[in-house]
Design a protein around this ligand. Structure first.
Ligand SMILES: [Zn+2]
Ligand SMILES: [Zn+2]
Length: 349
């Protein structure tokens, strides 16, 4: 499989179709889904240019809204604007979409971020980045952050702090999705956001983003140490699953209050057959919502959110070591080790 490309020339003549944008990649980030492809847990057409997360500078554009020299990030899939899902506003589920990092080279050359340049086809969301958003901050915006912006858009209006029944959330998973979700929930006005994860190191980092960390051993009323904070049953307004582990569903359903909302984000793989009682969902009048990727509007909101709050939370610390493209295999090993939230690739070094 061809996983990445080093392009030697500026490629100014590469654009042949209308509304395409050629971007010089500043920094790419390795996503867990890329690892799934590399270890064979997800099938991807190949040869392809793998990778979807990143940011860069526009080298050439045939779009009126995107100019040469703009620093930008891009959406991870295109949309046509005219199919049925697009007509519903679900452009993230466009029937004619091309997915970044998952497309045969012959079909849409260079639509992947592990490359010096990425060629974004017509219909790719492109959002300008303010100078304050460094490559380390900006590279993961177009996957975990934009996805969590979409997740939060599914939450019905809830009471704010100071109002009766101020809202409380539980985030299951302290990876990138979970960490961004916690900060988004805090800034959305949630008075308390619990975070639960079996990985104690990641769990402790969640506190830096506003969470009350709770280890699964201590989360429930039969906790060994009664002084530890617990998550009471029937007490949570919103639970977000961001860990990809189907076994957390029962806990989540138990903690939700009557009329609560459960948003599933991470369970997007084959091993996701659920073992839950629909009786709980029905009798507690719960809403179960699935979220997959995001629209261009969510990407714009994600850039806005990080622009406003990058000084308040240590988002830049989420990017671990940055490798040159020539050390791609070492970068993948670094990403697999799970010591870092993200590992970067600078394709120009
Ligand atoms: Zn990703
Ligand atoms: Zn469409």
């Amino acid at each position: 499989m061809s996983l990445f490309l080093r392009v030697q020339r500026p490629m100014r003549g590469v654009i042949t179709s209308a509304n395409e944008v050629l971007i010089s990649v500043e920094l790419a980030a390795i996503c867990g889904s890329d690892i799934h492809t590399l270890v064979g847990q997800r099938s991807t057409p190949h040869p392809c240019v793998l990778g979807h997360e990143g940011c860069g500078v526009v080298v050439k554009s045939s779009r009126p809204d995107v100019r040469e020299g703009d620093r930008v990030t891009w959406g991870i899939s295109t949309s046509c604007g005219s199919c049925f899902p697009c007509s519903l506003g679900l452009t993230n589920k466009c029937e004619n979409q091309i997915k970044c990092g998952q497309v045969l080279i012959k079909r849409a050359t260079l639509f992947g971020s592990y490359s010096t340049h990425i060629r974004c086809p017509a219909g790719t969301p492109i959002v300008k980045l303010p100078p304050a958003l460094t490559p380390q901050l900006a590279a993961p915006i177009n996957c975990p952050l934009a996805t969590m912006v979409n997740a939060l858009s599914k939450i019905p209006p809830v009471p704010r702090p100071g109002q009766p029944g101020a809202s409380v959330a539980l985030v299951q998973g302290a990876g990138m999705l979970g960490i961004y979700g916690i900060a988004l929930l805090k800034e959305a006005g949630f008075s308390k956001v619990y975070c639960i994860d079996v990985n104690r190191s990641r769990l402790s980092r969640s506190a830096d983003f506003g969470a009350t960390p709770v280890h699964p051993d201590q989360a429930w009323p039969n906790a060994l140490d009664p002084k530890e904070e617990i998550v009471s049953p029937d007490s949570i307004d919103v639970v977000i699953e961001a860990c990809g582990n189907k076994d957390v569903l029962q806990q989540g359903l138990k903690t939700l209050r009557v009329g609560g909302t459960y948003i599933l984000v991470g369970l997007v793989h084959k091993d996701s057959k659920l073992n839950i009682s629909s009786q709980t969902v029905v009798t507690k009048c719960l809403s179960l919502v699935g979220v997959h990727n995001y629209t261009s509007q969510h990407l714009e909101e994600a850039v806005k959110f990080l622009s406003l709050h990058h000084d308040k939370y240590p988002f830049s610390s989420l990017m671990g070591p940055v490798y040159p493209l020539s050390e791609f295999r070492n970068a993948v090993e670094g990403a697999k080790s799970a010591h870092f939230f993200r590992v970067g690739i600078n394709p120009h070094t």
